[in-house]
Design a protein around this ligand. Structure first.
Ligand code: SAM
Length: 262
């Protein structure tokens, strides 16, 4: 087959380091009958070793040239190819329980993570290669500079673990940034349950609108000092110092107020 010219607009950095590929597949550790979907199979660096351990694999790919190559390489019994944008893909339609894997296109990683989080209840686990800086933000603890909207919204639903750091040389072409692999496992029972998850997303967005300002300032018009006092939350702290449970408490307090959502 002729060489595929990597497309920047689809975030195409193909894994080439055998050790990294093996480590990812070991981390996923699929059983033969598992229901697994890979996002962005590309030239098959992870697809091939996954298929060696699976009876069948689903993939979601946007690039038509790559899809044609995949059709020439794998049989339909081995691989079901879903053509299109992972951002719009209904992962729930594949069935449950589902394992999701991908060396993700970095240019859409944040919206893709939010899209994938909405399938939390159908999923056993997810393993993703991402820009290292994004993984830092996902797993960040409160009180650190990396803790923000992404940390709160993902930690609300998932237990997350950094699996390995990956240097640019592991890819062809090498990306300009370091990468890391993260494991996401949905909490069997949410440690803090928001009564209204849309409200939670809204509050977290507003609370972090200006990181260097206090919660009181960011939540002006949303939560008054009486509300902060009832909840036992210091309005003078910055949003990065409030743990996930604090955001959920604010959300549930507001949901319970006459008039409900903000
Ligand atoms: N898995 C391969 C590997 O590890 O070498 C390729 C990884 S490459 C970083 C990202 C892959 O995602 C490419 O195959 C790209 O075409 C595909 N892709 C990019 N945007 C996508 C989207 N919105 N939906 C589905 N696939 C996408």
């Amino acid at each position: 087959m002729s060489r595929h010219i990597p497309r920047k607009r689809f975030g195409q950095n193909f894994l080439q380091d055998p050790r990294t590929i093996e480590d990812i597949v070991d981390a996923v550790n699929p059983a033969r009958d598992d229901l697994v979907v890979e996002i962005g199979p590309g030239l098959g660096a992870i697809t091939r070793p996954l298929l060696a351990r699976l009876n069948h694999l689903h993939v979601v790919e946007i690039d038509r040239d790559i899809i044609a190559r995949l059709r020439r390489t794998f049989t339909a019994t081995q691989l079901t190819i879903h053509e299109g944008d992972a951002l719009a893909f209904d992962f729930a339609a594949l069935g449950t329980p589902l394992k999701i894997v991908g060396n993700l296109p970095y240019n859409i990683s944040t919206p893709l993570l939010f899209h994938l989080a909405s399938f939390g209840t159908q999923v056993t686990d997810m393993h993703f290669m991402l820009q290292k800086e994004v993984v830092d933000r996902m797993v960040a603890e409160p009180g650190t500079a990396d803790y923000g909207r992404l940390s709160v919204m993902l930690q609300y639903r998932f237990y997350m673990e950094r699996m390995l750091d990956v240097p640019p040389e592991a890819f062809d072409p090498p990306p300009k940034v370091d990468s890391a692999v993260v494991r996401m496992i949905p909490h069997p029972t949410l440690p803090h349950q928001a009564q209204d998850e849309q409200q939670l997303a809204h509050i977290v967005q507003v609370a972090f609108a200006q990181r260097r300002k206090t919660l009181r300032n960011n939540l002006k018009g949303v939560l008054d000092d009486e509300g902060f006092a009832t909840l036992g939350i210091d309005p003078g702290i910055r949003p990065e110092n409030l743990p996930v449970g604090g955001f959920v408490a604010i959300c549930n307090y507001l949901t319970a107020q006459p008039g409900g959502a903000v």
